[in-house]
Design a protein around this ligand. Structure first.
Ligand SMILES: Cc1cc2nc3c(=O)[nH]c(=O)nc-3n(C[C@H](O)[C@H](O)[C@H](O)COP(=O)(O)OP(=O)(O)OC[C@H]3O[C@@H](n4cnc5c(N)ncnc54)[C@H](O)[C@@H]3O)c2cc1C
Length: 307
């Protein structure tokens, strides 16, 4: 189907974009990579009178790490996330989520902000970002607003973003030492596939006791929004990580999930897969934790040798 007619705006600055969004109200829609917006316009699902391109706004395309915080510009392409050093060295779950989104072509267009604002329950980036404790920064003519990602999703396609707001940055805290994260997705095919179920995990260990100090397990495609598997997290905290513990956490996550039947998989199949994927994401997080710890140990010993 051809695209419906619309006016195309290309602001050069964030201020200009905010002013446009305020003037246009319900009639304006921000455009990032277009892999959802343009597809939905072609299908005739939406037909905004005005499209506001965010592509030329430099500050939305940056990634910066300083003062214990990584600030990811909302228009950063998913392919840039996969290649980014601050991401791959600190946020394994996000690196894995970004690497499994769509195909190389889609990753070169799709942005991190677009993947969040669409509010798809099966999207690849919300679970890793939630597991990593992300917060979102919005701008409008009224000023700035910060929202924990955990509070952002309200239902399929429904989020806490205001009509005139632009998502500007995703803020990620520096992970503590002795921590790691993982992400895994199940689809029918390996590429170009929306998840049947996905799971992200984050764990940090207490250095003295070797027990899990904090844990976050997030599931996608098993509820109207990505959800925390609170009962699995409760089982993990205060225990030493091992196979048996991860199996118990997987079982708890499976009991807590409330998936639906659809053409991608039955509720029962999804529930079984939650059990397996939760376990696997915990193993990936633990392997990441071990390799981070070894890297730090190597760095420390290299310094000692140099002295
Ligand atoms: C063939 C194909 C395969 C796909 N496979 C996957 C997959 O495996 N996993 C997956 O998760 N997704 C997948 N997708 C979905 C899609 O690629 C992602 O959701 C993408 O990340 C959306 O980002 P975008 O930059 O293209 O957003 P756009 O399409 O530009 O925008 C999406 C929505 O967000 C709004 N928006 C965008 N940026 C901002 C901002 N900064 N502030 C305010 N509002 C904003 C837009 O107005 C629009 O409503 C696939 C899509 C296609 C076409």
């Amino acid at each position: 189907m051809p695209l419906p007619e619309f006016l195309y705006h290309v602001p050069a600055t964030l201020n200009e974009a905010c002013q446009l969004m305020a003037q246009l109200g319900e009639d304006g829609r921000p455009l990032a990579g277009g892999t959802d917006l343009i597809v939905n316009m072609r299908k005739g699902l939406i037909s905004p009178k005005n499209v506001v391109s965010l592509g030329r706004i430099e500050e939305l395309n940056k990634i910066d790490h300083s003062g214990g915080l990584t600030r990811v510009g909302a228009c950063l392409k998913v392919s840039d996330l996969v290649r980014s050093k601050p991401v791959s060295s600190r946020y394994n779950a996000l690196r894995l989520g970004a690497g499994s989104l769509g195909s190389p072509l889609i990753r070169n267009l799709a942005t991190i902000g677009g993947n969040l604002v669409t509010g798809r329950p099966a999207a690849d980036l919300p679970p890793p970002l939630m597991a990593l404790g992300a917060r979102l920064l919005f701008r409008s003519v009224s000023g700035k607003r910060e929202v924990p990602l955990q509070e952002f999703f309200h239902g399929p396609g429904l989020t806490a973003i205001g009509k005139d707001e632009i998502l500007t940055e995703i803020l990620l805290p520096e992970p503590p030492s002795n921590s790691g994260s993982g992400y895994i997705k199940l689809g029918v095919r390996k590429a170009l596939e929306i998840s049947i179920v996905n799971a992200a995990s984050f764990i940090s260990l207490d250095r003295e006791s070797g027990k899990i100090r904090s844990a976050r397990v997030v599931l996608g495609a098993v509820a109207p929004t990505p959800i925390r598997a609170w009962s699995a997290e409760k089982i993990l905290i205060g225990e030493k990580p091992d196979e048996e513990l991860f199996i118990k956490a997987g079982e708890a996550a499976s009991e807590e999930s409330k998936p639906i039947d659809d053409f991608r998989g039955s509720a029962g199949y999804r529930r079984d897969m939650v059990k397996i994927l939760t376990q696997r994401s915990l193993h990936i997080a633990f392997d990441d934790l071990m390799s981070n710890t070894l890297e730090r140990w190597d760095e420390k010993n290299d310094h000692a040798h140099c002295k």
